[in-house]
Design a protein. Sequence first.
Length: 417
Amino acid sequence: MKVFKFGGASVKDAAGVRNVANVLRHFPNDDLLIVVSAMGKTTNALEEVVWGFCDGVPVAEKMEALRKSHLTVLAEAAPNDVAAAAELVLHFDRLNTFLKGKPSESVDRDYDQIVSQGEIWSTLIVSTHLKHAGLSNAWVDARTIVRTDDTYRSARVDWDLSERRAGGLLNEVPGSPKRIVTQGFIGFNAEGDTTTLGREGSDFSAAIFAYLLDAESVTIWKDVPGMFNADPKRFPDTKLLSHISYKEAIELSYFGASVIHPRTLQPLQRKNIPLYVRSFVDLAAPGSTIDDRSENDSLIPSFIIKPGQVLLSITPRDLSFIVEENLSGIFGVFAQHGVCINLMQNSAVAFTVCVDNDNRIKPLVLDLRREYEVRWNEELELVTVRHYDEVTLEKLLKGREVLIEQRSRTTARFVVK
């Protein structure tokens, strides 16, 4: 069994859906579990639906646009499939019924019930097209397999329960080779509510299924020919990382490399399952391999630019020292609001953090201001360089104002304007 993951860019339209079938035809004898993300920018659109729903703003127009766009792709990818269209419409009707109700007391819970539908819609379309293309497959709802806790928007997997639920999955799929189409990003908790694994969590889902099924490998299919030492869409002279270790890939993804979700590598490392990053545009491209070999990790510098950052400076009102007791309380507030810290630094009377600037920041600051003075800078970037050299740093920082600088033996990080 191999696990394939196709992201939103690979299924953004009918041509992309048809290309999934083209990729699968190159693996005619392999058992495949295919994890699919929401189409294109669907998750962004559904997030707008969430905020409108929670604020009491009408969202019917946004939902109708999503319904029409998905039905259009289905009609192009699987013409005249009345049953599939009816099933897709049914899922939209269920969500519209939910949206006619009142928001719960938990925005994060409502978020998961709404945003998760993007993966349901896309996988129904992909599975239907594959059948029309002569590629037999079984559509499986990931919410029947991936059991999680109730940490909405960033759920933690219950590995033992999930492994038991996945135990008979392959035996339930008829035919040979076996092909399963399922969703990334989503799971379910003990109450039966849908949960999500964190933004861009479909990579993690692929790793979860690989772990649960003892897969031979995981392949993430991208619109780039592998994993690079920087974003090739932003920098013209990037180099392919043809072979790196799990540890190096974890570091790069943690620091913000967008190719792989940060939580993807650990379950693969635990069972020594290799991860391949390949291009769905150019199947002949060699791609990147991630496994336990580390001899190539430090050959060239890798750099990650993370935009949309805000720098928060937190100071006790009485100018007392920032000590462990303060930090414990501050971290508790961040955890309560689900805000991840990308970089931190403290002085005698200030604790400074760099975080993603999203809708959680204002409520976080309001809570912190009950006990602390809070100041901030917006519209910043976080620059991280692994295996840095001075030539690379000088090039990246030229013309920028550095607000914070941190260096270790292998990694240099800068918050810049």
